[in-house]
Design a protein around this ligand. Structure first.
Ligand code: CU
Length: 228
């Protein structure tokens, strides 16, 4: 499954359960109002009397739904760590034994930098204007492992079009493996509120053919002309 499919799968099931709980609660609420209005005034209203079986049953149903959703999310999250995707191209499983290309990404207030272990090339920017967004270059068609960390507060690495999101914590490295089957460029954002300029903390991920990636590693010049 790719990221988008996993998201749609989990969200679809959540929607049905949430919808069912909404209908149940609304029906009980309307029923209670109607019954209490119809009841004679000298009787205790439903809510003031003890109805242990009903209350326990309700708690069991809701607790069961919550436990099921937690299990569903956790099991699908696990699946995401071993698959990857590019929008529209379906799942691209990481081939066993294929060592991913390493890209070290650091978030900071309020932009991103990326370095490539084994190369002196790095990219960064200020994110102050759309023209100063860092472009994280990756090779097309090979697994890429992003090692995510933060220099200051909690940020989150998010590529909306690819339905990919992973937190970047200070003093901790989160990793995310993806493959980009096609060349292209995607807008990335920070999805964890991190201060004044959180909303301008945008970057690009650009996938290029391997020969262009290799020359980028050697020269630092962005494929396509502009220099980061
Ligand atoms: Cu941020």
């Amino acid at each position: 499954m790719d990221y988008r499919a996993v998201f749609d799968h989990v969200f679809g099931i959540q929607l049905w359960i949430a919808g069912g709980v909404f209908v149940l609660v609304t029906a009980l609420l309307v029923g209670a109002i109607v019954l209490n209005r119809a009841r004679r005034r000298d009787k205790l209203p439903f809510a003031a009397a003890e109805h242990n079986a009903v209350e326990i049953g309700f708690a069991v149903v809701l607790g069961g739904a919550a436990a099921f959703l937690v299990w569903l999310s956790l099991s699908n999250n696990h699946a995401l760590d071993y698959t990857d995707t590019q929008a529209g191209s379906g799942p691209q499983a990481v081939a066993a034994g294929a060592a991913p290309v390493q890209v070290a990404v650091t978030a900071f207030q309020w932009c991103w930098s990326a370095s490539y272990p084994g190369s002196s090339t790095s990219v960064t920017g200020s994110c102050a204007t759309p023209g100063d967004r860092p472009v994280i270059v990756v090779p097309q068609g090979r697994p890429v492992e992003f090692s995510l960390t933060s220099r200051d507060v909690v940020h989150a690495f998010w590529i909306p079009q690819l339905a990919v999101k992973r937190d970047a914590y200070p003093d901790h490295v989160n990793s995310l493996v993806m493959t980009f089957p096609d060349a292209g460029q995607w807008l990335g954002r920070c999805s964890e509120y991190c201060g004044t300029h959180h909303t301008t903390m945008d970057f690009y991920v650009r996938a290029v053919p391997d020969d262009q990636y290799q020359s980028f590693l050697q020269t630092g010049a962005l494929p396509g002309g502009a220099t980061a």
